[in-house]
Design a protein around this ligand. Structure first.
Ligand code: ADP
Ligand code: MG
Length: 553
């Protein structure tokens, strides 16, 4: 057996470790949820591989997670008979920031500069490294299913780790054993009462049974969680807390679901759906490579989380779909192209939009909170998803010149159209308050016309698509003549007939700016400012022009 090799963690990882260990972390218990969720993932991967290679299961076909406590030694062991890791796997996955969320999290920290991360870390799951919140040393022994050799990974979490081959006799037949040498102030995690309580509270519904054993005692290990997948249970047997715990272990998030959707589709295709809309925004929501996070199961066997079950603009939804009629022995690639999967994609996407719509009517405040977090993402659907555009316009909420900071629907907007008003007016920009101050709004204000304020990047795109709602076109206040003259001024506002002086000024300005502007004219838009710049009718919106210019186009 060769000597252990020493490696340094990726720079960001050692920073993360340091921060976690030294932060006054309010809820250290979560390390156990992270380790159990990794163990459960590994068991699910094993089940999937066993479909094509049943021999890998040997004489131990039943997935299991075993927790072993040793008070005297001060250790807690989390062991699974899942897929396992080779030495190379360990160096790659345990020494680097594997998941995009963790990366986004670190970038947030760096951006925050002086921040110590206390607040951020409280909102975010940090995976395997959370073990160092309670352990002075972590050892991982693992053997990849079907591989003759095993390996051991070890670290004190202070900047380096070692990986070494291990005599197979010292390793499980397959799977991973994570041993935590507990810190002095974390010895409670070797006590049965504490560990049972935490597992029941956090991981009671992972789809793999969890048993607990006390090191020195000869007692049979006893079961703390039965491994019955939550989504297969009757809704009436599931409490809000059960859903919340399941959501946290599934999503690695610390918040609660803002909306839970659990149903069984029957008919042409049979499948169960359990999805959650998070209560807070994940850090990587706008990462270009953030993909959807809906897991696909076939009759309780995890197949893939890359099936893109939902459209990109619903990428914040977490959860799973368990199909009863996809064949198990189909490759992941073939599943992607299967008509059953397209039916599921369609059904689940429509159902989520319908559910949001229902919530918007029955509990507008809860809906507004969801829109506040994810509206900017949902609006991407306005130009990506032609088929559901009407539904999405119905779900869209906006702040406006008259909404006083509240969210308005397009139906609300249509309900307060002014006499002779034929368009839905909007103004785009980067900052809500600055848009609201724009001189281009004056003529609208003077007529009491509501103007939608659109501060998100995505707004500059969907508004160029010539959309309308209930026959009323969207029209930018910076584009063309605002045809306001037909709409009466509200009391107290005054209209200015172009005076002799104004006409003289216009003639002067046309000459002076001849090369820079296409037209100079008296406008109904302004009431107290002297001039403003507008884009010609049918030309690119000003905000979009600015964005393209800054992107070098
Ligand atoms: P995540 O679970 O989100 O990928 P973690 O930090 O929890 O992030 O784990 C990093 C990676 O380490 C996992 O993706 C997996 O590849 C590997 N890993 C961790 N624990 C186990 C385990 N018990 N069995 C197999 N692989 C594991
Ligand atoms: Mg994990």
């Amino acid at each position: 057996v060769a000597a252990p090799e020493t490696h340094a963690f990726e720079a960001d990882v050692s920073k993360l470790l340091h921060m976690m260990v030294h932060s006054v972390y309010s809820d250290r218990d979560v390390f156990l949820r992270e380790l159990i969720s990794n163990a459960a993932d590994a068991c699910e991967k094993m089940r999937y591989e066993a479909i094509s290679s049943p021999a890998l299961l040997g004489d131990d076909p039943q997935s299991r997670i075993t927790l072993t406590l040793d008070k005297d030694a001060g250790t807690l062991v989390v062991e699974d008979n899942g897929i396992g890791m080779t030495a190379a796997d360990m160096a790659e996955t345990l020494g680097t920031i594997a998941r995009s969320g963790t990366k986004a999290f670190m970038e947030n920290l760096v951006a925050e500069k002086n921040g110590d991360g206390h607040q951020l870390i409280g909102q975010f799951g940090v995976g395997f490294y959370s073990a160092f919140m309670v352990a002075r040393k972590v050892e991982v022994v693992s053997r990849r299913a079907g591989e003759p050799g095993a390996a051991i990974w070890s670290s004190d979490g202070l900047g380096t780790y070692t990986v070494a081959p291990l005599d197979a006799a010292a390793a499980p037949a397959r799977g991973t054993r994570v041993t935590l040498h507990l810190l002095d102030d974390a010895k409670a995690y070797a006590e049965r009462y504490t560990v049972e309580r935490i597992v029941r509270a956090q991981s009671g519904h992972v789809p793999v049974p969890i048993v607990l054993r006390e090191g020195a005692s000869d007692e049979e290990p006893h079961q703390v969680a039965d491994g019955v997948a939550l989504w297969t249970k009757a809704k009436s047997d599931i409490s809000d807390d059960d859903y919340a715990d399941f959501y946290r272990s599934l999503a690695g998030q610390f918040d609660k679901p803002a909306l839970t959707l659990h149903y069984r589709a029957e008919g042409r295709h049979e499948y169960s759906v359990l999805t959650f809309i998070p209560e807070s925004r994940p850090f990587d929501l706008f990462d270009a490579d953030r993909s959807g996070r809906i897991k696909l199961y076939v009759r309780r066997v995890f197949i893939t989380d890359e099936a893109e079950i939902l459209p990109r603009y619903l990428r914040f939804v977490r959860g799973l779909v368990d199909s009863a009629d996809l064949p198990l022995n189909m490759s992941r690639e073939m599943i992607q192209d299967s008509p059953v999967l397209s039916a599921i994609q369609k059904g689940v996407s429509n159902r989520i939009l319908a559910e949001l719509d229902k919530l918007a009517t029955s509990e507008p405040e809860r809906y507004a909170a969801i829109w506040e977090n994810f509206g900017a993402v949902i609006k991407e659907g306005l130009y990506e998803d032609f088929e559901r555009r009407e539904a999405l316009l119905g779900l869209a909420r906006f702040k406006s010149t008259t909404s006083d900071g509240m969210w308005r629907s397009l139906n609300d907007y249509l309900g307060s159209l002014k006499e002779n008003q034929t368009a839905i007016y909007y103004a785009t920009g980067n900052d809500l308050d600055r848009i609201a101050q724009s001189p281009q709004l004056e003529g609208f204000k003077a007529r009491g016309i509501e103007v939608l304020l659109l501060p998100d990047q995505v707004d500059s795109f969907w508004t160029t698509m010539g959309l309308d709602y209930e026959g009323k076109p969207f029209k930018s206040v910076t584009q063309g003549t605002a045809d306001l003259s037909l709409i009466p001024l509200t009391e107290g506002s005054s209209s200015k007939e172009p005076s002799e002086e104004a006409n003289r000024f216009i003639a002067f300005a046309r000459e002076a700016l001849a090369d820079q502007v296409s037209e100079v004219r008296v406008s109904d838009r302004l009431t107290s400012s002297a001039v403003c710049i507008v884009a010609p009718e049918n030309a690119m919106d000003l905000q979009l022009k600015k964005m393209l210019a800054s992107a070098g186009r």
